[in-house]
Design a protein around this ligand. Structure first.
Ligand code: NAP
Length: 438
C-alpha cells in the first residue's frame, strides 16, 4: 500500500455501501476499500428487501458488481460487525470507516396487544419471503382468511402483492419455494391495506399501485366515496401530478366488485390501529377513524374491528444503535453531521438519514462522504494498512467470503433455476460457505 493511500472499511454491502465505494473510485481517491457484510452475500436490500417479482430493480446489482471487481475493492462477507469484530477494533485497521448498515428492524405500532402471535413487521416478513438466512425459519401462520397490512407505503404494496399473486405470476421471480408453497397453500382471500391518512397522502407510487390492478387471481377494491375529486393542500405541481395518477388508478379500482376475483385487496384509508384483539394469538384489530388537523392524524372516537389472523405493520423500518456510537433515538439514525459521525467515521444511506427513498437516493450520500474524506485527508496523515485486517481474521479463525466465493454461490443459484426463474437462492449459511469456498 502506498503511504498516501487511504484504507477504507465500508460496513454494509447494500446500495448505500456500494454507492460510497463507487464515489471514492470515480473521484480517483487513492484508496483501498474493503466492503464488509454480515451475510456471505452482497447487495443488502437488493437481495433481501426488493420484492422477488421486481427483478428489473434488482439488476442494479450488476453495476455494483463492477464496483466490487474494481482493483481498489475487496469484499468480506460473513463478518458480523458487533460480534466477530467491533467497530472500535475495525478502527485499528482502517483510516476510514463508512457505516452503511441500513435499517433492518421493525418499528413497533405502540398499541396494546402487540405481543400476540400473528403480528409480523414488514422488515421481518419481507426478509422471510426474500430468503434472508435469519428469517427462513419464521414459518408465519398463513392459516387465515383475512390479513391486515398497516401502512400505505411501497413496502405495504409489495407485501400485499406477494401475498395474492399466483405461483404462475411469480415464475419469473426468486421467491423461495418454501414461501411460494406457504402462500399457495394459505387460506388468504382478503388483504386489507389500511392508511391512517387519505388516498392523497398515501406514500405508494403509481407504478406499484397500478400493478395491483393487473393481478390474475385478485382484485383491488376501493370505495369511490373516499376518493376526493380535487387535491387540496400545499403540494408542489409535481406532487399534484403524481397524486392525480394515484387517484385515477384508485378510481379504476372502484369499478371492481367483490365477485370479480377469488382474492381481494381492500384499500382502506382514514383509519389508525388502536388495539390488537385476541388472546395469545391475533384474532382481529381495532381501528379508529381519523381526520387530519394541522397535518396531524387525529382519532375521531369512531372505532371498528376487522377479524384477522395476521397483521403486518408496514410502517417503516428502523436502524438500531451501533455499539457506543452516538445515536439519535427520535429519528433512529446514527448522530451525524451531513454524513460525518466522528473522526474517521462517516455514515451513508438509511443509518444516516432514515428509511426513505429508492435505491438511487443513496447515490448522493456516497458522493458527499467521498468529498468529506477527500477534504479530511487532504493533508495526508496516518495510514494503517488494510492487509492487517485479513491477517486478523485468519488469526481469529473467522470464516469470510470474498467476491470470487460469492460468484460461486451466485452461479450455483442461477444454475439451480430453470428460466424464466432467475435463481434459486441459497439461504443456509453453512451451505453458502460450502458452495462458495468449495
Ligand atoms: P413509507 O413509504 O415511509 O411508508 C410508511 C407508511 O406507514 C406510511 O403510509 C405511514 O403513514 C405509515 N405509518 C407510519 N407509522 C404508522 C403508524 N404508527 N400507524 C399507522 N401507519 C403508520 O415506508 P416503506 O413503505 O417502509 O418504504 C420505505 C422506502 O422504501 C420508501 O421511500 C419507499 O418508497 C421505498 N420503497 C420503494 C419501493 C419501490 O420503488 N417499488 C418498494 C419498497 C420500498 P404516514 O404517511 O401517515 O406517516
Amino acid at each position: 500500500m502506498s503511504a498516501s493511500s487511504i484504507s477504507v472499511a465500508i460496513i454494509g454491502a447494500g446500495p448505500a455501501g456500494f454507492y460510497a465505494a463507487d464515489a471514492l473510485i470515480r473521484k480517483n481517491v487513492e484508496c483501498e476499500i474493503d466492503i464488509i457484510d454480515y451475510l456471505p452475500t452482497p447487495y443488502g436490500l437488493i437481495r433481501a428487501g426488493v420484492a422477488p417479482d421486481h427483478q428489473t430493480t434488482k439488476k442494479i446489482s450488476r453495476s455494483f458488481e463492477k464496483t466490487a471487481l474494481n482493483e481498489k475493492c475487496r469484499f468480506f462477507g460473513n463478518i458480523k460487525v458487533g460480534k466477530d469484530i467491533s467497530v472500535s477494533k475495525l478502527n485499528e485497521f482502517y483510516d476510514v470507516i463508512i457505516l452503511a448498515v441500513g435499517a433492518n428492524s421493525d418499528r413497533p405500532l405502540g398499541i396494546p396487544g402487540e405481543d400476540k402471535k400473528g403480528i409480523i413487521g414488514s422488515a421481518t416478513f419481507v426478509s422471510w419471503y426474500n430468503a434472508h438466512p435469519d428469517f427462513v425459519d419464521l414459518k408465519p401462520d398463513l392459516d387465515t382468511k383475512n390479513v391486515v397490512i398497516v401502512g400505505n407505503g411501497n413496502v405495504a404494496i409489495d407485501v400485499a402483492r406477494v401475498l395474492v399473486k399466483t405461483r404462475k405470476e411469480m415464475v419469473s421471480s426468486d421467491l423461495p419455494d418454501y414461501a411460494s408453497e406457504a402462500i399457495e397453500n394459505s387460506k388468504i382471500s382478503d388483504v386489507f391495506m389500511i392508511g391512517r391518512r387519505g388516498p392523497v397522502e398515501a406514500k405508494f407510487t403509481n407504478v406499484e399501485l397500478r400493478e395491483m390492478g393487473e393481478l390474475e387471481n385478485a382484485v383491488s377494491l376501493v370505495d369511490l366515496k373516499i376518493i376526493p375529486e380535487k387535491i387540496e393542500g400545499n403540494w408542489s405541481d409535481r406532487d399534484i401530478r403524481l397524486k392525480e395518477k394515484n387517484l385515477e388508478t384508485l378510481r379504476q379500482f372502484t369499478k371492481n366488485t367483490n365477485k370479480s376475483a377469488p382474492k381481494r385487496v381492500h384499500f382502506e384509508f382514514w383509519s389508525k390501529p388502536t388495539k390488537i384483539l385476541g388472546n395469545s394469538s391475533v384474532e382481529g384489530i381495532q381501528m379508529e377513524k381519523t381526520v387530519l388537523k394541522d397535518g396531524k392524524v387525529i382519532g375521531t372516537g369512531e372505532f371498528y374491528e376487522i377479524e384477522c389472523g395476521l397483521i403486518i405493520p408496514a410502517i417503516g423500518y428502523r436502524s438500531l444503535p451501533i455499539e457506543a456510537l452516538p445515536f439519535n433515538y427520535e429519528e433512529d439514525v446514527v448522530l451525524n453531521n451531513n454524513g460525518r459521525v466522528s473522526d474517521g467515521i462517516y455514515a451513508v444511506g438509511w443509518i444516516k438519514r432514515g428509511p426513505s427513498g429508492v435505491i438511487s437516493t443513496n447515490r448522493p450520500d456516497g458522493v458527499l462522504v467521498a468529498d468529506h474524506i477527500i477534504e479530511d485527508f487532504s493533508k495526508g496523515g496516518l495510514k494503517k494498512g488494510r492487509s492487517s485486517f485479513e491477517d486478523y481474521l485468519k488469526e481469529q479463525n473467522i470464516t469470510f467470503i470474498n467476491f470470487d466465493n460469492w460468484k460461486k454461490i451466485e452461479n450455483a443459484e442461477v444454475s439451480a433455476a430453470t428460466p424464466p426463474t432467475p435463481r434459486k437462492k441459497l439461504y443456509r449459511i453453512d451451505k453458502m460457505l460450502e458452495v462458495g469456498m468449495g
